[in-house]
Design a protein. Structure first.
Length: 88
């Protein structure tokens, strides 16, 4: 388990599902955003923007390429989330 709360994981899953226009239940830890949901670079940038705007988590732009599945997304956001916010 990456170092983020279940609540934050749910918020991340919701944002990803909204951007991909997918059912949150269809997103699994094995799902590739690109391969399974045809996410292109514009959708990945939209996810990035939503994480910053909605969750107030700043991610370096060069790390955006890591956003291709939920585990990588959780890990990246955990890395850039202040400790007190990650475990709310």
């Amino acid at each position: 388990m990456s170092g983020i709360s279940e609540e934050l994981r749910d918020q991340i899953r919701t944002i990803v599902a909204e951007v991909l226009e997918a059912d949150p239940a269809a997103l699994t830890d094995d799902s590739s955003f690109a391969d399974d949901f045809e996410a292109d670079s514009l959708l990945v940038i939209e996810m990035y923007a939503r994480f910053e705007r909605d969750l107030k988590i700043k991610i370096p732009q060069d790390a955006v390429v890591e956003l291709d599945d939920l585990p990588a997304t959780y890990a990246l956001l955990a890395e850039h989330t202040p400790a007190e916010a990650a475990r709310v």
